[in-house]
Each structure stands twice: as C-alpha cells, then as structure tokens.
Design a protein around this ligand. Structure first.
Ligand code: ZN
Ligand code: ZN
Length: 364
C-alpha cells in the first residue's frame, strides 16, 4: 500500500543509500510521526534502506491498538524502551551500517543502544536527515498548515469584531478569548503559549500574558497560532487601542516595510542570511538596528520552530516547498514594540501567503 507516509519513507531511503547507510534508527518522536503518522507519546522506527520489508515500528502496550490503526502498513513490535527494543532487532547481516539521530540521542542512550545491538553493527552519526526532508512540505502538510492559519485568521477577526480588544481587559483574558475562538474554528488548541502584550509590555519580544490591562493609546502585540492535525500556525499582528500616536505609526510603517522586504526576498535559491539581511537593512537604515534583536524567521510545521532558520548566522538556501515565517520587529523599552509576522510557502514564482489577516495598522 502506497501512502503519503510510505512516500516519505521512500525519500528517506534514497538519502540513506546516498549516505552509504543500510538503515536509520529514528528515535525523535516528531520524526517518527512524520514518517508513520503515529501520534502517541512513545515510539521508535527502524528504517531499512532496502524497503518496507526490514522497516520496523515499535511502541508500548498503551498504544498497540492506536498503532494498528495509524501504522497499519509496517511490522509493529511491543517494547517500553522502544529504541532499545529496535536496537536488539538489528540484523547486522542486513544492516551493517546503521545511522542514529546523534543530535537527539544522549551519550547514555547511545551506550545502551550499542550494548543491545551487538558488536557487528557499525553505528554512524546521522543528524538531521529527517528534519531536512521535513523542511520541504508535501501536499498534505500544506493543507494542514493552511487549515491552522485559517483558524487563527478567523479567530482574530472575530475577536476584533466582538470588541474583544478593549480598554480594561487583561492580557490573560484576551489570550484566553483568542484561544477558545481558535478551537471553535477547528483548532486542537494553541500552537504555543499565546502572547498578548499591551503598552510597554509590547517592547518585550516574548512576553507572557499578565493581569496588565489594555489602555487607550496602547500598542497591543498579539503573537499566536493554532494547532491543526499536528501542524502549527504562527502569526503576529500589532494594533493600537484608539488613534495611533506619531511614533507608533512611524515604527509600525518601518516594520511593515521591513516585513515586505523580507517577503519579497523569499525565493528558491536565496541564501538564508540574505533573506534576513533584506529585512534587517530596512530597520538598520532607519537607525533601529539595536531594536531588532532576533532572527527574521523560522521554518514551521510539525514543530513551531524547525528548519530552516532565517537569521544573520544561518547557512543554507531556501527551496520551493519550504514554509517559513517572516517576523521583523522594533522594540522600544518602556514605550512599546511592533512585530508583524506571516507564514509563507516558498514557491517557484511568488511566495504563497498563508496568514491572510490585514497588515494595515488597525485601530481597535
Ligand atoms: Zn510568532
Ligand atoms: Zn514565529
């Protein structure tokens, strides 16, 4: 049976063969989910480079029924320490060189793995193999990202429409309101802890909602996302309660220009650090370089932060099919800050915008 997950495993096998590996022991749970569809909290997967035969999935007794439904097309075995159970299953005649996720496995775990597998197995560090595949989204993943972004767009529109951003409400109340509206629009929950930051709090790039109340004249920065079918959305909008002051309009327009420059730089083959620079230069030219203290963006998918990173120190290039955020900000301590963030799909032509809430400065 060919499934989307089978296609992903086939792509991984090609990478294994290219790298001279006979197999890969996948122990990162998100990577296991990507390759099998399994959503439980304990599993590992041994992928044989030769084919589905020789590929074995392991979870423990709590999840055997679930696994029979979610992973019907692979051999399944039962083991509480799923990585060690699979290590014991490695047939060194067939799988001589086995990769392991050295960016995830601790030194202690590695000692246990090698102890269980037998001396004939040649372990090879294989960091980031599945993550590199995950960076390029397939059709099912793009559909899930679209649904997650739409839930967030609808929830924010309703919140504003209902007067949910009004003086006297606390940051916590607004965050809770937004999260429940996302659930009403089909989200399984928020994709990370919702950031609602009002007034001077908006100058903190990552602020936890408090009992601070929204006041007329405040900048209100909201960074939030919905989780749908395991996929995360991520969007930031900054609004003003009432009429914007001159300085608020000024930094808003600056960040909006930087964000547009970052979006325009999204094309296959672009160096990651050049995309960051395209937006950062706009802010630096206006004299606010120090007030933009984080990277421009990140990949997003089964995890809220994944490959690629758009930052001044990032190595690598964009490719068609990547889903990335573009989120410059300017933060003025004691006064307030503005960030504008979208998710876009990198395409051969224009990038596709997944978060569609307006970026005009809204006074609410
Ligand atoms: Zn965000
Ligand atoms: Zn983000």
């Amino acid at each position: 049976m060919v499934t989307g997950f089978g296609t992903r495993r086939a792509a991984l096998r090609q990478r294994l063969r290219d790298g001279g590996l006979d197999g890969l022991l996948v122990t990162d749970l998100v990577n296991v989910r990507y390759l099998t569809g399994f959503t439980g909290s304990n599993a590992a997967l041994l992928v044989g480079a030769g084919g589905e035969d020789g590929t074995v999935f392991c979870t423990d007794g709590r999840y055997l029924t679930q696994a029979a439904g979610q992973v019907p097309d692979l051999e399944r075995v039962d083991g509480r320490a799923s990585d060690l159970t699979l290590a014991e299953r490695i047939d060194a005649d067939r799988l001589g060189r086995v990769g392991f996720e050295s960016h995830r496995v601790t030194v202690e775990q590695f000692d246990e793995l090698t102890g269980r597998a037998g001396e004939a197995v040649g372990w090879q560090r294989a960091p980031g193999l599945v993550e590199a595949l995950r960076a390029i989204k397939d059709g099912d993943e793009v559909a899930a990202l679209r649904a997650a972004c739409a839930a967030a767009d609808h929830a924010l529109a309703e919140l504003i429409e209902a007067g949910g951003l009004r003086p006297g409400r606390t940051e916590r109340e607004v965050a809770l309101d937004l999260e429940s509206r996302m659930r009403e629009h089909g989200a399984d929950g928020p994709s990370f802890e919702t950031i609602v930051a009002t007034g001077a709090n908006s100058a903190e790039p990552h602020h936890r909602p408090t009992s601070a109340t929204l006041r007329r004249g405040d900048l209100v920065k909201i960074d939030f996302g919905a989780l749908a079918a395991g996929y995360h959305s991520d969007m930031t909008r900054t609004m003003v309660l009432g009429e914007p002051a001159g300085w608020q309009r000024e930094i808003y327009e600056l960040v909006a220009r930087a964000q547009a420059a970052g979006r325009a730089a999204l094309r296959p083959g672009a160096h990651l650090r050049d995309v960051d620079a395209a937006a950062r230069e706009v802010i630096a030219d206006a004299g606010y370089a120090e007030q933009f203290p984080h990277g421009l963006g990140h990949g997003v998918g089964l995890e809220i932060h994944e490959e690629p990173r758009l930052a001044a120190t990032a190595d690598g290039e964009l490719a068609a099919g990547m889903a990335v955020t573009v989120e410059p900000g300017v933060y003025l301590p004691g006064r307030g800050g503005v960030r504008i963030e979208d998710i876009l799909m990198v395409r051969d032509g224009e990038p596709e915008l997944l978060t569609t809430t307006t970026k005009a400065l809204l006074s609410v």
